[in-house]
Design a protein around this ligand. Sequence first.
Ligand code: HEC
Ligand code: HEC
Length: 337
Amino acid sequence: MHKPSLLSLLLLTSVLAYGEDSSRHYSRAEAKQRYTRPSSIPFPKDNAFTPARELLGRTLFFDTRLSGSGWISCASCHNPSIGWGDGLPLAIGDGMKTLGRRTPTILNLAWEELLFWDGRSESLESQALDPIKAVGEMNLTREQLTAKVQSIPGYKPLFAAAYPGEPVEPDTIARAIANFERTVVSGTAPFDRWIAGDETAISENAKTGFDLFNTKARCAVCHEGWAFTDRGFHDIGVPGDDLGRGEHLKLEAMQYAFKTPTLRNLTQRAPYLHNGSEPTLAAVIDFYDQGGKARRPSLSPELVPLKLTKAEKAALEEFLRTLSSVDAPVTIPVMPH
Ligand code: HEC
Ligand code: HEC
């Protein structure tokens, strides 16, 4: 007997959800339920949230003394006033050298399992020291980092309050930074007020954009849930030689694959994509409308020409703009001395 393969089942499901007559199956009310915000932030047991840890982590995050040059902090690139990115196509690090990829936002990472565009890091704790020691980024060795932070007396009470009994060393520094980073969550946006029942929170055109996002434009296949990411890796056809996840996994589908970014607060951090190659949201929508730009075997099967009309593209963009929140300003602590 012929059993349907997993692939044919998957194809069938996507045809049912996104096929020509998908409007018959699609319900806006049902779609809305998939985007409800979580009520709390997950923290690992061995690095539970405390206000003292958050304060220490926030202080370290903004401290330029954690770099070889003395003028680069995490916030130089992950700047809260630019959606926790830097607004540049490609990041600029130590010695003003241009790096190979764009700075991603650090919003909503508490829910992520794999970090970096290529997923090479497995936790915020293990990630935090990478940019400090990276020669191209902050360029400070583990030993120099330890010596530097230990030489600042004002840090002593902050560490004692946050991690009592633990030495002032790189692993503790990393834990504090990770604790703070988990608190960096996008706030309530007009979209969330609409989901919660306020029909006046977004325009009718944006609601049409939401429908398109979930049906004809196929966006929700990858940008799913309240943070608008499946936290997976896909080749969406961005031209370039960067193999992304493919550098770490030999699977064909992972070649040129990059992590699906959150779409929250998008309007604050143009340009877009891992190499900053699309300058505006309208350009990103045109990019998807063409089914991506680079045709290669690893291209996601979801990337097909969408044939969106001008009005549909405008509605989609108007919807994306409802995902931005006006968050309370971040307090930059006075640096300890
Ligand atoms: C010179 C600019 C620069 C500095 C300084 C910098 N970063 Fe980054 N950050 C980047 C870039 C570029 C990437 C993406 C690199 C990649 O994916 O290969 C990144 C990625 C990340 C990620 C992964 C985000 C994700 O979505 O997976 C986190 C978390 C992060 N940085 C935190 C930090 C912390 C903490 C510091 C300070 C200790 C820091 N960064 C300093 C540019 C910078
Ligand atoms: C196959 C999965 C997939 C589909 C379908 C998809 N995306 Fe993406 N999206 C991604 C990935 C992966 C990236 C990052 C790719 C890169 O930078 O190389 C991305 C990046 C983006 C970005 C840039 C975000 C940033 O911070 O740089 C926007 C905006 C975006 N997508 C919107 C959309 C819209 C709108 C649609 C529907 C028209 C859509 N996406 C469909 C996976 C997908």
